[in-house]
Write a protein that binds this ligand. Sequence first.
Ligand SMILES: C[S@@+](CC[C@H](N)C(=O)[O-])C[C@H]1O[C@@H](n2cnc3c(N)ncnc32)[C@H](O)[C@@H]1O
Length: 449
Amino acid sequence: MQKNQLVELEITDLSYEAMGVAHLDGLTVFVNNALPGEMVKAKILKVKKNFAFAKIEKILTPSPDRISVKLNQWVQTGLASLAHLTYQKQLAFKRMQVVNLLKKAHLDSIKVNETVASPKEIGYRNKAQVPVRMVSGKLEIGFFRKHSHDLVPLENFFTTDPEIDRVLLAVRDLLREMKVPAYDELHHKGEVRYLEVRRSRATGEIMVILICLHKDFPQLRKLAKAISQISGVVSVVLNHNPQKTNVILGKHDYLLAGKAQIVDKIGDISFSISPKSFFQINSLQTPRLYDLAIKQADLKPSDVVIDAYSGIGTIGLSVAKHVKEVRGIEIIDDAVRDANANAQLNQIHNASYVTGKAEEIMPKWAESGLQTDVIFVDPPRKGLTEEFIKAAVATQPKKVVYISCNPATQVRDLQMFMDLGYDFHEITPVDMFPQTPHVESVTVLERKK
Ligand SMILES: C[S@@+](CC[C@H](N)C(=O)[O-])C[C@H]1O[C@@H](n2cnc3c(N)ncnc32)[C@H](O)[C@@H]1O
């Protein structure tokens, strides 16, 4: 097999990154945008030792599950790389990822429930973070083509709340009008690198964050004022990222206009959200995820609960009224400040949050003799560490509720809990990210009798 060769391929599977999978000449071939069951004519783009990448030249036999997508760029950029697959099949694909991971770990007996569908399949995101670049001499916002930093200009971001798209375009137009230079990655010059917009579904409040190379530039004051006048915008922030890096956000935020936080709600609890604080992006699906986790935790009024990787306290504050005490750990200081302020805002007096790495704080709590009843963990994609798991187990919880956005690391961590005397019987995928291959899943570990 060689680069640029044209081949006919039968697609037999979908990779966890949503690429069609075929086999030819002893190699696995990953084909962008192809679906299982399809015959395609494809061009080989890259050949490695055991695998190759190809792109579709022509679909010879389309899958009955293929749906036509209004803008191909949504699929091509990876913004919505599953948008060409029916929603029912997306849900089945997500469940199968969990099934396959468990099978690989020899945990075939675990029941994998049907994926819980999202109430909204498009326009569900409460936050967008989009690159700003010059394309053919014009300032554009959009999304990078998969595995590249080539900006594909977009005006409709498909998975985000349309109100967020409206604000993104209004800010883009102001940047154009005021001739604010877009960031030039190659020469590490220019001003605006990314735009971030967050919108509260509950209150309609909108925060705009300009992620910039410099913390000041000639048009900044006028620009901030004009952004603050866009309907719905209550907060304008500059995030200063002077580094030559792919990491989007810099360390420091500067309030340019309006309030430092916006307020959103989950159930009947209000949450104040700072620019850097994590807040689940699918506002309608989040309460379903938490309700499921809380129901499975079977909480008692005498329980001492840990909310690890707590963000702004969304899980802990949702359970506080059912239990004796909640203690939270979170690494981002602003989020911890928000979590403690959110406890006050909602008159919750039995929950407190500390700043630190969960894997460092948990062992200290365990050494000091803390006994817990239920531990909720909701870590980032890399999952938990061995130190954290051992310390968590040392506090002898009856249950550990594990919410994860990466089933691969979740299954790895669940095996470690099993080695330390815990068991789980079922796992539920919850679709927080329709049109993308991302899978969220929740399970409850129980201490063996
Ligand atoms: C998936 S989010 C969950 C947040 C929250 N539970 C929620 O549902 O909104 C993961 C959180 O873990 C935090 N985090 C990342 N690494 C951490 C660490 N080593 N120790 C504590 N928190 C960490 C992140 O800042 C983020 O707020």
